[in-house]
Design a protein around this ligand. Structure first.
Ligand SMILES: Cc1cc2nc3c(=O)[nH]c(=O)nc-3n(C[C@H](O)[C@H](O)[C@H](O)COP(=O)(O)OP(=O)(O)OC[C@H]3O[C@@H](n4cnc5c(N)ncnc54)[C@H](O)[C@@H]3O)c2cc1C
Length: 503
């Protein structure tokens, strides 16, 4: 079966809907495809999701949005990695950075792999990832990832932003590309005899008709889950968190370009610095702590116990739809699935889903073969993200609550993750295993190595023995000199943000 697309109706005006609208308009508006985004004036957006991964930079470039315009409009800052704090109680490993890799790392990553590999074999070498990557130094010195033109290497970075403002910015941008915007609440979805979506019916009885529909209605998945009955595959047995409490606090005077993720007693807390405030959220499992107790713990962590700062509480479900493109409907965003926010991967999944959909559609006109290949590809990506995030919990050495003990002993992990962990524990190089298990479909080899090494999954210090001269071939001093020399090319983060505001 092939489908021709002339009129697309996007249902939902959260970040996912607007990313889809911009990408589809960029690729298809000049081919005569008409795009309308419908959002409810009464149902709000989720309003969290303020950290990205590096591909968002590519999205902004693709649609033609300039950093000097969109970043100040969204109070955005640069992000070069995530610092994980207090996830491990192993001495020397209480925190580490998961860096966004950049080109200069090719000179220092071999030393990290070498040291980390031999440390697992019992050789006393420096194996903490924080010594080996440039972006970790940018965080330490609070520098922006913007090198001058004569710095001959590419630097990868993502952003932090106000999600509400980003949605508004993208809505304006999409309007400039010809996307129509309609406010209406859809109460009924009519299917045709072949099971395709025929039209949407609003609360005032109007019918909205397209030949293709995008479901970006958030967790409820009004089109894909409710109307088309696509099954939702939960992963709550391997990811226990289902709730969050969110606060804003005052802006930092001097902003470091990273998200901080601090493990607390029943989950973890994010800290996302914007130019006008810091976004904070505690992601926890309501099976282990009640909502009031979680909020009190978080207030105490933030020093807000005696203040009446307003909190927002949220609930979410983790998992994904069995398929993402079903009949004449594509699900994007929370309607297609959500693998909790620990690595801020959700918007990247939106972008990847839409880009791959456009690619698959252009190649196959909606043929079954292209649709199936597309669905498999996106599901593999979801599952690879899930395994990486499950790994964070499974290898945590915290035991200070029932929650952490349950995470650390959880046997309901995928076979692929189990094989990676066994390979690491056996002292093997995990590169081949990652490829075999397709777990590098999202996070590359270096990210997996940083995760396992950064949490200190090594023999204990007493078990380590000094290595030969060959084992000690990489000198940390030399690596640090190289990294610090590179870092001298980058401006202070605050200065770069001020320059953006000044235009
Ligand atoms: C606690 C938490 C933290 C997160 N942190 C991150 C992060 O750091 N990074 C990241 O990338 N992602 C993060 N996410 C995910 C991120 O928030 C979402 O992926 C993103 O906001 C997109 O949401 P959405 O557009 O799919 O849904 P929503 O924002 O929920 O939007 C749904 C839209 O559908 C419309 N709608 C619903 N029903 C109807 C109807 N019947 N008729 C008409 N319109 C309707 C609503 O009006 C709304 O416009 C986080 C999520 C959670 C829960």
């Amino acid at each position: 079966m092939t489908q021709s697309i002339n009129r697309i109706v996007i249902l939902g005006g959260g970040t996912a809907g607007w990313i889809a609208a911009n990408l589809m308009a960029t690729h298809w508006a000049d081919k005569g495809v008409e795009i309308t985004l419908v959002e409810s004036p009464d149902i709000g957006i989720i309003g969290v999701g303020e950290g990205s991964t590096p591909p968002l930079k590519g999205f902004m470039q693709t649609i033609g949005a300039k950093e000097s315009e969109w970043m100040p409009a969204c109070n955005a800052t640069y992000k070069v990695g995530i610092t994980f704090k207090d996830w491990s109680v192993k001495p020397g490993f209480s925190q580490y950075v998961h860096p966004f890799l950049c080109q200069p790392d090719q000179f220092t990553a071999p030393a990290f792999f070498h040291n980390s590999f031999l440390r697992r074999k019992g050789v006393d070498l420096e194996g903490h990832p924080d010594h080996f990557f440039l972006t970790t130094e940018l965080i330490r010195q609070k520098l922006a990832p913007l090198a001058p033109p004569n710095f001959p290497f590419e630097i990868n970075y993502g952003y932090h932003f106000d999600s509400g403002l980003l949605g508004q910015y993208l809505a304006r941008f999409a309007a400039g590309k010809g996307v129509k915007h309609q406010y209406a609440t859809v109460t009924e979805v009519l299917l045709d005899s072949a099971g395709n979506i025929d039209c949407l019916v609003t609360d005032s009885g109007d019918k909205i008709k397209g030949d293709f529909y995008v479901d970006s209605t958030g967790f409820k998945g009004q089109l894909i889950q409710q109307a088309l009955k696509e099954p939702f595959l939960s992963c709550a047995d391997s990811l226990f968190n289902d709730s969050a409490v969110v606060f804003a606090t005052e802006a930092d005077q001097d902003i470091a370009p990273h998200t901080v993720s601090t493990a607390l007693k029943y989950g973890w807390a994010w800290r996302i610095p914007l130019t006008n405030r810091v976004g904070n959220g505690y992601v926890y499992s309501s099976a282990f702590v009640d909502h009031d107790q979680a909020e009190t713990e978080f207030r105490s962590h933030l020093g807000l116990l005696d203040k009446d700062t307003e909190a927002r509480r949220l609930q979410f479900k983790v998992g994904r739809g069995a398929r993402h493109w079903v009949k004449n409907c594509l699900a994007v965003g929370l309607s297609q699935g959500f693998i909790e926010p620990l690595e801020a991967t959700a918007l990247d999944m939106v972008q990847e889903t839409v880009v791959r959909f456009i690619e698959a559609y252009n190649q196959g006109n909606g043929s079954d073969q292209h649709r199936e290949a597309f669905n498999q590809r996106i599901s593999n990506r979801f599952d690879a993200v899930r395994d990486y995030i499950v790994c964070h919990y499974r290898i945590s050495s915290r035991t200070d609550s029932e929650y952490w003990r349950a995470c650390g002993s959880n046997e309901k992990i995928s076979m692929s993750l189990r094989s990676i962990l066994m390979s690491w524990m056996a002292g093997n190089n995990i590169t081949d295993e990652l490829e075999k298990q397709k777990l590098d479909a999202y996070f590359p080899n270096v990210s997996w190595n940083c995760l396992l090494a950064g949490k200190g999954i090594y023999p204990s210090q007493e078990q380590l023995k000094p290595g030969s001269e060959l084992a000690n071939q990489y000198k940390i001093d030399g690596i640090q000199r190289f990294i610090q020399g590179c870092a001298m090319n980058f401006p202070p983060h605050m200065q770069a943000l001020a320059q953006l505001r000044a235009g």
